[in-house]
Design a protein around this ligand. Structure first.
Ligand SMILES: NC(=O)c1ccc[n+]([C@@H]2O[C@H](COP(=O)([O-])OP(=O)(O)OC[C@H]3O[C@@H](n4cnc5c(N)ncnc54)[C@H](O)[C@@H]3O)[C@@H](O)[C@H]2O)c1
Length: 303
């Protein structure tokens, strides 16, 4: 199987690096509008470069689309209309209407998906499996200030990872929400049948945070997206006063999680889907629902 990567910036290089480590790939072809970027990556990874998307599509069975978000619609449209399978980096497009246009105007039956990478973080499957009936969910994703200018609000840039998780793992049925923030910091409270689901994201923090915490009737479960560690805190067995201070004895269990680079698992899953002609777990429709929630958040925040 031959694989292509379109756009070899930060994410494209990560895709190409992971593909270069995988078995079952014959050749990797790279294209970037900045030829030098693609060439440098190709030299490092023993890949090949091509002078255009058309030339790349002549050679490959599947591609990762890692161009800036504003070019996702046109690039995905070109790739999919050639019949080549495509994994589009998140978010699917810049707007819901672009995503809907794309879905309506591509041929049916081609393997497609969107790279909502945290769905492949092993802590998410563990936590959602263990915490069956949450009565509170909180996910925080905060980045230190960066020189990197994305041109994308923090909701589509960072919070969308957690939007994908809550929409697909925690929210059941109808919900309403309130939100406040700016382009760089956002807090959202989702009311899902009186279960509060709280999301926060920031690009102005002084500490990098990637945490999830879920409370259920009998325990609280906490996970760290970066260390991939998960702990369960059982209800206090003993709660008494000692020297005028309350003492609480919790039982803490560490959940065994098999650590894995989420991007590696995402790309391996994509290749397996292409080989076996099965649907990638994150569909274009789900990715569009994620964007719709982003738009609701902006509306609620008055942006
Ligand atoms: N999954 C994640 O965690 C994650 C993290 C960062 C970025 N992303 C997504 O990945 C995508 C790319 O982001 P990035 O941070 O790698 O950006 P980047 O700016 O580092 O890289 C984009 C590359 O695409 C090239 N390019 C621009 N237009 C092109 C075109 N029409 N055809 C071919 N190449 C083109 C640029 O020259 C550049 O090298 C964005 O959609 C972003 O949202 C996802």
């Amino acid at each position: 199987m031959n694989i292509g990567v379109i756009g070899t910036g930060v994410m494209g290089q990560n895709h190409a690096r992971n593909y270069a480590d995988m078995k079952g790939i014959d050749e990797i072809y790279l294209f970037d509008v900045f030829t030098e970027t693609a060439q440098k990556t190709a030299e490092r990874l023993n890949a090949k470069t091509v002078p255009s998307v058309d030339k790349l599509l002549d050679k490959v069975d599947a591609v990762s689309i890692c161009v800036p978000t504003q070019f996702h619609k046109d690039t995905a449209f070109q790739v999919l209309n050639t019949g080549v399978a495509a994994l589009i980096e998140k978010p699917i497009c810049s707007t819901v209407s672009d995503a809907e246009y794309l879905i309506e105007n591509i041929p049916k039956g081609i393997i497609t998906g969107v790279g909502h990478i945290e769905r492949f973080n092993p802590i998410i499957n563990e936590i959602s499996r263990i915490a069956e009936k949450p009565h509170y969910v909180a996910i925080h994703r905060h980045n230190p200030v960066s020189a990197r200018i994305t041109g994308t609000p923090v909701v589509e840039d960072l919070m969308i990872h957690d939007i994908d998780i809550v929409l697909n793992k925690f929210i059941k049925g109808d919900y309403s929400l309130s939100a406040c923030g700016t382009d760089d910091v956002m807090g959202v409270l989702i009311n899902n049948n009186n279960t509060p689901i709280y999301l926060s994201a920031s690009r102005k923090a002084s500490k990098k945070i990637r945490s999830i915490s879920v409370e259920t009737e009998n325990f609280t479960i906490e996970g760290d997206f970066m260390t991939q560690e998960v702990y369960i805190y059982r209800k206090a067995g003993v709660y008494h006063a000692e020297n005028m201070r309350y003492v609480q004895e919790n039982v803490v269990e560490k959940v065994m999680v098999t650590k894995v680079e989420p991007l590696k698992l995402e790309l391996q899953t994509f290749l397996d889907c292409v080989k076996n002609k099965i649907q990638f777990p994150i569909t274009l429709e789900q990715a569009t629902e994620n964007l719709k929630l982003c738009e609701k958040i902006h509306k609620a925040a008055g942006a």
